[in-house]
Design a protein around this ligand. Sequence first.
Ligand SMILES: NC(=O)c1ccc[n+]([C@@H]2O[C@H](COP(=O)([O-])OP(=O)(O)OC[C@H]3O[C@@H](n4cnc5c(N)ncnc54)[C@H](OP(=O)(O)O)[C@@H]3O)[C@@H](O)[C@H]2O)c1
Length: 279
Amino acid sequence: MRAAFDLASGEKGRAPVIRLSSGYDMPVLGLGTYSLRGKTCVNSVRAALELGYRMIDTATYYGNECEVGRAVRESGLPREEIFVTTKLYPSEFGRAERALDEALSRLDIGYADLVLLHHPGPGEAEAYAAIERAIAAGRVRSVGVSCYYVREIDAFLPSAKTPPALVQNELHPYYQDCGPTAHIQSLGIPVQAWYPLGGRGWAHKLLADGVLADIAAAHGKSAAQVVLRWELQRGVLTMPGPSNPAYMAENLAVFDFELSGKEMARIAALDRGEKHDWY
Ligand SMILES: NC(=O)c1ccc[n+]([C@@H]2O[C@H](COP(=O)([O-])OP(=O)(O)OC[C@H]3O[C@@H](n4cnc5c(N)ncnc54)[C@H](OP(=O)(O)O)[C@@H]3O)[C@@H](O)[C@H]2O)c1
């Protein structure tokens, strides 16, 4: 059973949402903030919110929760309109309750919409239970995991009282990871792509791929838009992480065209099993 979302259902200029198993809605496309720091991060998140983004992905590891929280507070938007994800790093699993308190206080936006275990690791079940307790206390709304593939998710699930609302994994046309993605989706858990454009330092090479350029030209779109649309049409949520506001606007404009079955198949054929990070 795959958690479904309707790509034609969004308001104009906004990403459609998916209903998570926690009962909360999350936009299917958001902004990643992995390499955004300091003022650049505050300005980028503010620019994204002004453009219509309503989902922001951060992590304690990124060192920018304060800046993300500040941009959310300064946006003037109602808190409930914005979906903020953060993550606990494995080195924090042994002190998860305290680490979560610290993350929430750095964010300073009342609650986190989603908290993920950033990677599998010793103490993961206890850290996950700490997030479940924070949900019961109204400080977090949903819980999930990141970098869990078939072995990891199957080993982890029996220890979880609440099924993960989401799994976040590396996915892009050169690393499509179809088997593990289908496995996680078959459990009814949505999968969200990190490095959706291949990741910083890799994106320019991926986006220069002739097949993507060819499909992009046919739709009057950019190669980045084709990649994001392909990911969404295969049922995967996404969150590219540009710092350039022109790219942010471009990446959100992927709900007004559709790739054909043949185009989807051409992109599927680009898979090289080429992972761009170790985890
Ligand atoms: N859970 C995990 O373990 C994990 C790991 C890695 C990342 N993540 C999350 O996933 C998010 C996305 O990953 P990412 O930001 O590293 O990689 P990405 O979105 O795949 O790639 C970012 C790169 O793509 C460029 N770019 C973005 N939009 C573009 C466009 N329309 N046209 C041309 N180039 C474009 C950016 O350029 P500019 O900077 O010049 O704008 C930047 O160099 C992260 O920000 C983070 O939130 C999670």
